[in-house]
Design a protein around this ligand. Structure first.
Ligand SMILES: *[C@@H]1O[C@H](CO)[C@@H](O)[C@H](O)[C@H]1NC(C)=O
Ligand SMILES: *[C@@H]1O[C@H](CO)[C@@H](O)[C@H](O)[C@H]1NC(C)=O
Ligand SMILES: *[C@@H]1O[C@H](CO)[C@@H](O)[C@H](O)[C@H]1NC(C)=O
Ligand SMILES: *[C@@H]1O[C@H](CO)[C@@H](O)[C@H](O)[C@H]1NC(C)=O
Ligand SMILES: *[C@@H]1O[C@H](CO)[C@@H](O)[C@H](O)[C@H]1NC(C)=O
Length: 936
């Protein structure tokens, strides 16, 4: 805002009244002397319009900047207050207020009443005694923060479950559509509102999509349901113009929000180029600029009393919002990734003199901080994902270090969900990851609370814990930057949102800010190599590596994982692990391992209380089948649909093998490897019934012919029963025929092997009804053929409804995604887990002795498998051990996916285990290849 003079309405008022009085006087004279020319005052003969006062008001208000009315902070009740909401006293909380640049923490109480925070800190007993029906919440020292603000969401316009009637994200009626409003598509019945609230999200800025250069106006909403049950009543501070053009111009304007997008998306939708998109912007802005100039000229005359032939105020309903952008009254949210696109927009802002509130996605912003500072007006904030990247060219150079690098360059950082791209219930996890990769803790918490509140222009009421602010407050079960932090309670406008929250017990180490690893070198390299730092690891030059100061060792034992050393703390109990040619030859004390006998030149690594554990496996994404998911030339492509009937005859009975499409050294695979995920199990890409044969491969090797690159070239047979084309019943009927031996050729032979129990069948399925049909089918086939079929359900969002039956049928489950989301009708009936339910799908299935593994949906998240496992364990509330958590993403997956050649790699982790948000992967030990590779 620094290029606009702070011109608030209150300050302007006295002068305004003086001016009005003069005009009214002139008007009265003219009216009483109509038709008469008074020679002594020529000007009074001019026809002054009947609505002159209104016009003058409008002209005076034309450049008034939005903001809260001057008396806003005197309010004692929120405009969003719902009558009957009881006052609430949260006592003994550790309150992160958002003040002092995110460093202020107050231990004390918070009093909520009439929809606002009334007091923070020590609250006098006499004040509390003044309330009737006061609800008291004893936080017992728990962390409390302002409600989470998601600055980039499509909640309500891209609703869950996705139905044909629920995509109101993008209009395809033109490249420049500033007149559209996301509010017009805001579904009040999105299943995700409740889920996102259960992750502490209280406010979301609902943006139109990115198909257009200017996709329309955005609206910031509170997620709670309102007594009016309308879309409009969810909007925070609706712009006055929302009801029509008759706006009370004496009221201080309210901020408006607008979506812009550059780069690939608009060019794809309109089959144009970047040049076309920027031209569309310039054309749109030129239209708005001309209207603005006309308005300014008109108003200059009107305010000067030159009414002669003045006519009507120049305006155009289609363009008024864009004119408002030029008047500095709209927060522009610009989806924009690459340097080339950022450059184009920075030029645009200087050509037309408007400012950008934030660049969103913005994967290359960390490479061009000086360019961003050249944008007109205040420097845009940057709204990012933490680790979601590389899915298209624009995202290829994205870095997990971007948040810290931007912050180091003085840019404001916001973490965002792009819900439902990421489930905004877990937006806090984006801030946690940004912190893990180096964004300071104060800024990480601010990145989902106070920073977005400021960028949106609503920091006078949300984003901070402060008397007079909206009563949007979250009480957490652990420090909010600790992995798996979940709300104990969420208040929106003072209303408690969780009915009977289940609070899981978190380890005491989760009550403080996690200590993060040192990634300084990695962050420097990200910039040095323009987002593409080399990721390959080199084998150690020494045959022997001695890992000292090891607190825990986990080893495979058959199909499970066992923890074999657990240091009791203190140096004496920390162990030494000797690795010779990739094999662990000793673990124990220095004397047990005769450490003294080794040459001084032997490689030594101090794990600083860390651990050694089995490496993990990633399954569920096309990892290894492409470098850039959305780039066909880097991609293996999709398997043709065998049930479509127009296949070339050569293909009719071919079973596709993923091994034939493998590509090595993809960045997602190498990043996974560096995160201790050394094996990928991937099936051929298909959503149509028959996918093909899976493969298990090393994520760290350069090509298929490298020693150990392919762990197992054929794992299981993969099919999916997800979409109804052809009908679900047709697909189940086809499966029945195939399992009964009616198939031809290669496909027929393979299914006969499935029937004999010789190869595992992995079925992608979400719906409990389809799983029930498959359980019956399995029983029938087994009865008829006398053999046990090996089946795994992958996906299985609704498996908890059939846990007993799945257990009885001896079927395994890979939960994919590992934390459920009701994205489609067939995955709608999820068991959400804490705080909405005590049980999770995982705990219920485990109770019924079902072998469970965790899957991922997109390959960028393969690197996060270690945290997915840790999170599942935290949600299980002590029902599983650390070894069992590691098994979820290692030995269990091998069993469930038909991997018979086990992944024997081990991972050395500094300062923690693979499951800790403080641990840093330091080395990969491979007995199969006889190597130790060190990171950094
Ligand atoms: C606040 O909670 C902490 C942690 O449970 C407890 O140790 C302390 O005694 C409590 N203080 C008050 C004033 O209740
Ligand atoms: C729109 O009009 C309705 C009905 O008069 C009123 O309740 C509401 O506050 C108005 N909204 C705005 C943003 O002015
Ligand atoms: C790995 O080896 C190559 C070639 O010897 C070298 O250029 C590179 O710097 C090494 N990388 C690391 C991380 O040591
Ligand atoms: C072992 O690690 C702990 C925890 O990081 C550290 O405090 C200690 O100094 C280390 N001991 C040795 C001998 O390096
Ligand atoms: C699960 O397995 C355990 C150990 O084999 C057994 O005691 C228990 O009854 C089984 N539970 C179910 C629900 O089958």
């Amino acid at each position: 805002m620094d290029k606009y003079p702070p011109h608030r309405h209150g300050a302007a008022r006295p002068q305004l009244f003086k001016y009005l009085a003069a005009v009214v006087l002139v008007a009265v004279i003219t009216a009483t002397s109509s038709g008469v020319t008074l020679g002594w005052h020529r000007q009074s003969s001019v026809h002054v319009p009947i609505n002159a006062a209104e016009i003058v008001d409008k002209c005076r208000a034309l450049n008034v900047l939005p903001g809260p009315p001057t008396n806003f902070h005197e309010r004692t009740q929120s405009d969003r207050y719902e009558a009957g909401t009881p006052p609430t006293h949260i006592k003994n909380a550790t309150i992160w207020t958002g003040h002092a640049d995110g460093h202020e923490v107050i231990v004390g109480d918070i009093l909520l009443d009439k929809g606002i925070i009334q007091e923070v800190g020590r609250i006098k007993q006499s004040v509390l005694d003044g309330y009737k029906d006061l609800v008291t919440v004893d936080a017992q020292g728990a962390w409390v923060t302002p409600g989470i603000v998601d600055m980039h969401s499509h909640l309500g316009v891209d609703s869950a479950p996705a139905l044909r009637g629920s995509d109101d994200t993008n209009s395809l009626k033109g490249l420049v559509l500033p007149w559209l409003r996301s509010l017009d598509g805001l579904n009040t019945h999105d299943d995700a509102y409740r889920l996102s609230i259960s992750g502490g999200v209280t406010t979301a800025n609902v943006l139109p999509g990115s198909a257009d250069a200017i996709g329309g106006q955005a609206f910031s909403i509170k997620l709670r349901s309102t007594s009016e049950r309308s879309s409009s009543s969810m909007v925070i501070e609706p712009p006055h113009s929302l009801n029509g053009s008759h706006v009370d111009s004496t009221a201080t304007p309210r901020w408006r929000q607008m979506k812009h997008a550059c780069g690939e998306n608009p060019t794809r939708v309109y089959s144009g180029t970047r040049m076309d998109t920027i031209w569309a912007f310039r054309q749109g802005y030129e239209t708005a600029r001309k209207i603005k100039v006309k308005q300014d000229e008109y108003c200059a005359k009107a305010l000067d009393g030159q009414w002669q032939n003045l006519g009507d105020f120049p305006e155009d309903l289609q363009w008024e919002a864009l004119v408002d952008v030029l008047r500095g009254r709209v927060k522009v949210h610009n989806h924009c990734y690459e340097a080339v696109d950022l450059d184009g927009i920075v030029r645009l802002t200087n050509e037309f003199k408007f400012s950008i509130a934030a660049f969103h996605h913005a994967h290359e912003t960390y490479l061009v901080p000086d360019l961003l500072k050249k944008a007109y007006g205040s420097t845009p904030a940057i709204a990012l994902f933490a680790t979601n990247g590389r899915y298209k060219r624009e995202a290829y150079r994205g870095s997990e270090f971007a948040p810290r690098i931007l912050a180091e360059n003085g840019l404001r950082v916001v973490m965002k969900s792009d819900h439902p791209v990421l489930n905004s219930r877990h937006l806090l996890n984006e801030a946690q990851q940004a912190h893990y990769y180096g964004l300071p803790h104060n800024l990480a918490l601010a990145s989902v609370t106070s920073t977005p509140a400021k960028v949106l222009g609503y920091d006078h009421r949300i984003g901070f814990i402060k008397p007079g602010h909206d009563a949007d407050v979250v009480v957490w079960d652990s420090h909010p930057l600790a992995l798996g932090a979940a709300p104990q309670q969420v208040f929106i406008d003072g209303i408690a949102q969780l009915e009977k929250p289940f609070v899981s017990k978190k380890p005491s180490s989760h009550q403080r800010v996690p200590k993060t690893p040192d990634f300084d070198k990695e962050a420097r390299d990200a910039v040095k190599y323009e987002g593409l730092p080399p990721l390959e690891l080199n084998s150690s030059t020494s045959d022997i590596t001695i890992f000292s100061n090891v607190s825990s060792v986990f080893l495979r034992e058959g199909l499970s994982v066992k923890e074999v050393i657990l240091a009791q703390g203190g140096k004496e109990n920390a162990a030494t692990v000797v690795v010779e040619n990739g094999h662990v030859t000793c673990f124990g004390s220095d004397s047990q391992c005769q450490v003294a006998q080794y040459d001084l030149k032997v490689q030594r690594v101090n794990l600083e209380g860390g651990s050694i554990s089995p490496a993990l496996i990633s399954f569920g994404s096309p990892l290894g089948l492409n470098h850039i998911d959305q780039e066909p030339s880097t991609n293996d492509g999709s398997v043709p649909n065998p049930l479509k009937g127009n296949l070339p005859s050569l293909l009719e009975d071919t079973v596709i093998r993923a091994v034939d499409g493998l590509q090595f050294s993809t960045r997602d695979a190498l990043l996974a490897y560096r995160a201790g995920v050394t094996v990928g199990v991937t099936a051929p890409t298909s959503n149509h019934f028959l996918s093909g044969l899976g493969v298990a491969f090393s994520t760290g090797l350069p090509h298929r012919l490298a020693h150990g690159a392919v762990l197992q070239d054929i794992t299981a047979l993969h099919i999916s029963i997800l979409s109804s084309s052809p009908s679900i019943s047709t697909q189940i009927g086809t499966l029945r025929n195939l399992l009964n031996g009616h198939g031809e050729g290669e496909i027929g032979k393979l299914f006969k092997k499935v029937t004999k129990g010789e190869i595992r069948l992995v079925i992608q399925v979400q719906s409990a009804d389809i799983m029930a049909a498959l359980i019956n089918l399995k029983k029938d086939i087994e009865k008829a053929h006398g053999k046990g079929i090996q089946i795994t359900f992958a996906g299985a969002n609704e498996a908890h409804l059939l846990a007993k039956e799945i257990g009885d049928a001896n079927i395994g489950v890979v939960l994919r995604p590992s934390r459920p989301f009701p994205g489609t009708w067939r995955s709608k009936r999820i068991l959400p887990g804490p705080p909405l339910s005590e049980e999770t799908s995982f705990t219920i299935l485990k109770e019924h002795n079902v072998t469970v593994g965790l899957g991922v949906e997109e390959q960028w998240s393969s690197r996060n498998v270690r945290f997915d496992a840790a999170w599942a364990a935290l949600e299980a509330n002590g029902k599983i051990s650390r070894s069992e958590a590691i098994a979820l993403a290692s030995t269990n997956l091998e069993h469930l996916l038909g991997v018979k050649n086990p992944n024997l790699d081990l991972v050395a982790v500094k300062r923690g285990t693979l499951l800790d948000f403080e641990g840093q992967v330091t080395g990969i030990i491979s007995p199969q290849r006889g190597t130790v590779e060190l990171l950094g």
